[in-house]
Design a protein around this ligand. Structure first.
Ligand code: EPU
Length: 422
């Protein structure tokens, strides 16, 4: 197992290219199961989660080739059972269920287990598929879904207690592409990754309208064909580098390249409220570091609100910023595993339910800390960049699940980070 040693105090400058989106790539890779044709997907980040998804596709019988960010999938003959040994490694494996059901009329996928960011139920995924006429059963920890004949289009409200569901919307949208008749998803997730998946499905011959809004209409078609697609830039990786620049940027600032600023409006707004100057180009974002910055209040919300996947990184930033910041998590109320670790580094943070009250301190001090999930780990790397001393981050396999070469990209910007074996 690797660990990272982050030497605090270096100033970041220069530019960094943002990778393709992990959270777009996963459902798009799953969607290749909907056709016998060949799909070519570009800008798939080389992270362990996309590797798990490729292993699942191969285990289901698909032929997969991968080189330099391009993944080619041909799912000519596939089976309907996704194995527990692979599925348990990644919750997003659940999104093979919709495509398998639509294509093979049955699917068996292990029920995803517990997750450190909170209880993550799949009731809405199942409600969606049942709405199309599928029968759902639980057996030995597996979810079995099947239908007699074709799935049937229907009007399906998909809003849950915490708002819309991203992968639940994806699963239903994928299944509905091959259903008979028209499906209307009410309360759909509007995240850019859902729109990217819809764009990919439409290129495969699906008829989907309204992706990116709360109401998605899918007219079922008889079959889908192979196609080519380029995955959108990873808005959460981009946001993480903006926070890195905000916390440790030198006077010249940092430029992000190959990024879509429109997807980052809520994140950019908060950084501007804190006092940073941000310039947006055609596919670039530049963050200047200048006058003194102050913390502010943030509440996570479904897109286009402030993303839960940026909450941990902003907690790290507010911990070193003047003033009081209040961070409220409404999507995953228990997603605060980074807080005790940041406190080990000297952060002044009080947790009250799903709210973190953060009083900025003059500086953090390095300590051995433990990565607990993807975004919490990123927050610890960011904290380490500004802390006094060398921060030792254990269990970095969490960060490798979703950030492509984060240590190397930060080193290119001037950070001092060593990756060593634990
Ligand atoms: N929910 C239900 N029932 C369901 C599904 C979800 O109650 O059947 C609840 C969840 O418990 C949560 C809320 O709905 O409170 C939203 O969860 P959602 O289903 O949208 O999450 P997800 O689709 O499983 C994706 C991302 C997460 C990201 C969330 C929220 C992928 C692969 N994962 O998960 O990304 O936090 O949307 O935006 O796209 C990450 O990248 O670090 C990550 C965790």
């Amino acid at each position: 197992m690797d660990k990272l040693l982050v030497h605090g105090g270096a100033q970041l400058e220069g530019s960094v290219a943002i990778s393709g989106s992990k959270n777009s790539s996963l459902p798009i890779l799953a969607a290749t199961l909907l056709t016998k044709g060949t799909c070519v997907i570009r800008r798939v980040p080389d992270v362990s989660d996309t590797n798990y998804m490729i292993q699942i596709l191969q285990n289901l019988g698909a032929e997969v080739e991968r080189a330099s960010g391009t993944v080619i999938v041909k799912a000519e003959n596939i089976k309907s059972e996704a194995p527990y040994e692979l599925v348990r490694k990644m919750r997003a494996s659940i999104c093979v269920m919709g495509p398998l059901l639509a294509r093979l009329k049955e699917a068996s996928v292990s029920m995803p287990g517990g997750c450190v960011i909170g209880d993550r139920p799949v009731d809405l995924h199942l409600k969606g598929l049942e709405g199309l006429g599928a029968e759902v059963q639980m057996e030995g920890g597996d979810i079995l879904v099947k239908c007699e004949g074709d799935l049937q289009g229907a009007e399906i409200p998909l809003r849950g207690r915490h708002g819309s569901t991203v992968l639940g919307t994806d699963n239903l949208m994928m299944a509905a592409t091959l259903a008979e008749g028209t499906t209307v998803i009410e309360g759909a997730a509007c995240e850019p990754e859902v729109t990217d998946l819809a764009d990919f499905l439409n290129k495969m011959g699906a008829k989907i309208e309204g992706a990116g809004t709360r109401r998605i209409v899918i007219e079922g078609v008889k079959e889908l064909h192979g196609t080519e697609h380029r995955v959108i830039p990873d808005r959460i990786e981009a946001g993480t580098f903006l926070v890195a620049a905000a916390m440790a940027g030198g006077p010249k600032g940092v430029t992000l390249k190959r990024v879509n600023a429109e997807h980052l409006t809520a994140v950019i707004d908060v950084l501007q409220q804190c006092g940073f100057t941000i310039e947006v180009g055609e596919d670039t974002i530049h963050l200047h570091n200048g006058a003194e910055k102050v913390g502010c209040n943030v509440t996570t919300e479904p897109y286009s609100g402030f993303p839960t996947d940026m909450q941990a990184q902003f907690c790290a930033m507010f911990a070193t910023m003047k003033g009081l910041s209040v961070v409220t998590e409404t999507i995953f109320p228990q997603r605060f595993m980074h807080v005790p670790e940041l406190k080990r580094m000297g952060a002044d943070i009080e947790l009250e339910g799903a709210t973190a009250i953060i009083k900025g301190v003059e500086s953090l001090s390095a300590a051995p800390v433990m990565a607990s999930d993807l975004r919490a780990s990123a927050a610890l790397v960011l904290a380490g960049l500004t802390a006094k001393g060398v921060t030792e981050i254990n269990r970095v396999y969490h960060i490798d699940r979703g950030y492509e070469h984060i240590d190397e990209k930060l080193i290119d910007l001037g950070a001092r980070i060593d990756r060593v074996k634990e």
